[in-house]
Design a protein around this ligand. Sequence first.
Ligand SMILES: O=c1ccn([C@@H]2O[C@H](COP(=O)(O)OP(=O)(O)O[C@H]3O[C@H](CO)[C@@H](O)[C@H](O)[C@H]3O)[C@@H](O)[C@H]2O)c(=O)[nH]1
Ligand SMILES: [Mn+2]
Ligand SMILES: [Zn+2]
Ligand SMILES: [Zn+2]
Length: 943
Amino acid sequence: MSTSGRLVAGSRNRNEFVVINADEFGRPKPLQELSGRICQICGEDVEITEDGDPFVACHECGLPVCRPCYEYERREGNQSCPQCKTRYKRHKGSARVAGDEEEDDVDDLENEFDFSGDQQHFMNREFHGGLPTNLDTEPESNIRRLAYGGEDEGISPYHHAVVVPSFLSSQGRPVLHDSSISLQPRPMDPNKDLSVYGYGSVTWKDRMEEWKKRQIQIVNQLGGNSDGDRSDDPNLPMLRHPVPNAYGLWLTSVICEIWFAISWILDQFPKWSPIERETYLDRLSLRYEKEGKPFELASIDIFVSTVDPLKEPPLITANTVLSILAVDYPFDKVTCYVSDDGAAMLTFEALSETSEFAKKWVPFCKRFNIEPRAPEWYFAQKIDYLKGKVHPAFVRERRAMKRSYEDFKVHINSLVAKAQRAPEEGWTMPDGTPWPGNDVHDHPGMIQVFQGHADVHDGEGNMVPRLLYVSREKRPGFDHHKKAGSMNALIRVSAIISNAPYILNVDCDHYINNSKSLREAMCFMMDPVSGNKVCYVQFPQRFDGIDRHDRYSNRSDGEKCEKDIIPLVSSNPILASELKLEKKFGQSPVFVISTLEENGGIPKDASSASLLKEALHAISRGYEDKTEWGKEVGWIYGSVTEDILTGFKMHCHGWRSVYCIPKRAAFKGSAPINLSDRLHQVLRWALGSVEIFMSKHCPIWYGYGGGLKWMQRLSYINSVVYPWTSIPLVTYCTLPAVCLLTGNFIVPEISNYASIVFIALFLSIAASSILEMQWGGVSLEDWWRNEQFWVIGGVSSHFFALFQGLLKVFAGVNTNFTVTSKGGEDGEFLELYLFKWTSLLIPPMTILIINIIGVVAGVSNAINNGYDSWGPLYGKLLFAVWVILHLYPFLKGLMGKHERVPTIIIVWSFILASVGSLLWVRVNPFMAKQEGPVLEICGLDCN
Ligand SMILES: O=c1ccn([C@@H]2O[C@H](COP(=O)(O)OP(=O)(O)O[C@H]3O[C@H](CO)[C@@H](O)[C@H](O)[C@H]3O)[C@@H](O)[C@H]2O)c(=O)[nH]1
Ligand SMILES: [Mn+2]
Ligand SMILES: [Zn+2]
Ligand SMILES: [Zn+2]
């Protein structure tokens, strides 16, 4: 059976393979009799061999190909003739070791790799079975992988189909940028630029003298007499020993920094083995869409999940569904399943409208080959009618289509308006029967097939893929496992109704932006050689409608990877008893049989009524009881980031995944554009990580001896430990304020030599991150935003997630899943400054306030105390300003004019901040008692 997930792995994929002389479908034209013989791949002249004849690459069909192209194809490309697919034989004189001439006409591949038994292996693979063998070859590929560095270096370019999770960021999310550079913000080290403070102050110098003397005493007491001379060297003791009057502060900061250093190192590993991939859609089509033969592209079941029509507007879901129905793929090979966890009649009715509108929309898309095929975003694009050859018919039809879409929108909006207030007796359907889902938490399973009868044609005889509405049974008092549960229900329904060998999962807001996306994925999945190892292909999520400045770092900060295409691979234990399978998959014989169909498909003799009945059984509340669903089968339960957990589990079983980045973004989604939603989303992700961290699936302990690569393990570890970094982060952000308020400082004055070392360190760190950004194509601005959001998210969401996670594990307190609001339909940034107040905002607010108070107090103190006290102040100010700058977007949101901040929150934060500050000044635990040098300068308690 199958399971799924996403996450991990890096590649960049460029479609740069050029086929010149291609027909309008991009296929190479059949052989033309050219006098001069032009290479059909690159367009250059084909060379003349020593014999005086033109060079012939393929003796089967004689397609003219020049030697360089042939050599390239033979070595790194398809390794076979692009026209007739005959595997290339080695040529006389081809670059080869001298003396193997007699091997002429030998098939390279057969020679290099032993393929016998391989096919057998594919067939018998059990889904969660061992690691597929023969990872090292990739002849006749739909794809090309360019691997750099790491294990791949210097070996064959096909060595190791290793998919390293190169793109995980600190948030454990694959980073968006087309590079392997992950954007781990690096905490600044205060020790690095302190050389500037402390000079010009006499008192400071006195203190230093005093302190040095003490160091010498200590060294002598420790019996370091032999070393006595060296202890006079001003550099050494100062680097070895902390500031004597603020030992506690110093120690705290050092502990924080050690943790930052560890997390930074963890973050570096995944960057080591980047992989680039190319897809060749034309080859896919040549191979599987031969003219005059039935298309052989595999079927795909597409799952759309939705739960709350108020937060996930039906128009957005409708657009996603339309983009799926209009996708560039044979219509009868696509089935779209919409899972409604909210059992909302609104969703149901909107879907019904959508299926009607699709009959106009889909043919229009296909006829004019437009992009994207989600009408809202298509019509939002500006078209220049004067540019290029815009057909007059197109102009007319586009206009008409726009009008029908407007009508459709009005319709949907009126449904939404109607749904705002539920009638007392609950909703009734048009035929008068009550809507079965009136109680969201207590209702039977529902399935509705909207299309799929062969007689549903659009005007031109084009047909539209089938669309199904599915709402699984819900009963109070049971854990329904949120999205993971709904996906598992869809796996079963779809296996019974259409049983495609591959599935694609999108959220309700993830419309298909590139109608060729499915083909992109199929290049990997249906690759004759490497396809059988791939458990999923994932695409990065791009966003629409984010604020131009992307203030909350949706783009760069831990971008979520969405959309997986997952093969439903059958286990083929032909002899295993039915009983054993039922124990694993549950008691639906139709479903169990479907798991045995390697190539999908449903039994021919079954009536659709009986199949629907079976499907309803498969989505009943108790279906998964005492089965392996959620444990070994399907999406894995136990974390709100079910995708990471499931992907991890698949990788542990030795499967490989592919990260696919087509030039035109494959999918787009809406990003939360107000801070509160964003923080809640990040909170949920972090909570998911904490859940995995504390479960048996913790990547630190789990799955040794399986197929998980070391680098993958490190990346997974990184993606589950990052919430812990919030503890040192909160501490670190409070330190500057504490320093300012108490007059202590965490770093001692240091010598010139030491300051040079620190400056050099600091510069090299800055240089390395600038270089990384350059390579990764990340702009400085993106990086800075990422940095900022790392601090904001860290001190709020990650911090809360830790406590919620601990509460959940140790006290069983469950938190609910806050679905992220999907942006408004018109892509305006309406909500940007709208703050919905939540307790999440208190920590960053408090930190901000105490730092501001610290700055004010420090400066006014220095003014009172005159020139001497300015020197040491700068250092502390620098830290405080560092914190304030990082919280700046937060401050800006705070000052937004659209809605007034409830006073109670301000009051609370102020009370907390001032009580805290006063306590520090009074109790002052970090201040050394008496024996330290006397504090003459600055600090609130300064006399
Ligand atoms: O009980 C539930 C709760 C949520 N969902 C759906 O789950 C999806 C993701 O929810 P959303 O609030 O949009 O979360 P995001 O953080 O934006 O989603 C990302 O992160 C999730 C894991 O944390 C993944 O499941 C998603 O695929 C991925 O897009 C949405 O389609 C919801 O409708 C359900 O179907 N049932
Ligand atoms: Mn989402
Ligand atoms: Zn040929
Ligand atoms: Zn050529």
